[in-house]
Write a new protein. Sequence first.
Length: 191
Amino acid sequence: MALRHAVLAALLNGEYSGYQLTKIFDIGVSNFWYAAPQQLYAELTKLEADGLVAGREVVQRGRPNKRVFKVTEAGLGELAAFAATPAKPLLIRDDLAVKVHAVDLLDPEPVIEQLHDRAREAAAKLEVFEQILVSLRGDQDEEAFLRDGEHVGPYLSCLAGCRLERETRDWCRETARTLSARLARAGKDMS
């Protein structure tokens, strides 16, 4: 998947400025795609040049003017073609998992601390994603929303983000407990 597809998907629900798009990526899209603000602005420029989004200037009083973007018919066609191609397998590149893998030959204390940090980060993201789910479904319960609600795609991708962050939080906590217990036992054995 290219960044262009993630940007097009994020723009499906409205007309957004580059700044608003960065906020959408920070919260709603971060569970499946990370992009720095500079990357997003550069991608919007390319998408507009390719006719996949249309931009227009919005005049504001007391603030600088801004450009907002929306997906064009050609952009929808690009997304449809992308959706029809086989998905690539998920690739994970996680420096913390590499550290855990090598922990038998390392000082485990910094790794344990990083596991605690990652668990806190995952718990915070999980809380945000859960709030997004509530916001998306409104007063409907989840079953009713999944059956009849509008914009089920963002909801389903947010559910995936919740599961990922929950699993990450739990794995980090369990791994930190295991390593801490082993470290404590090793300390007793040495005394």
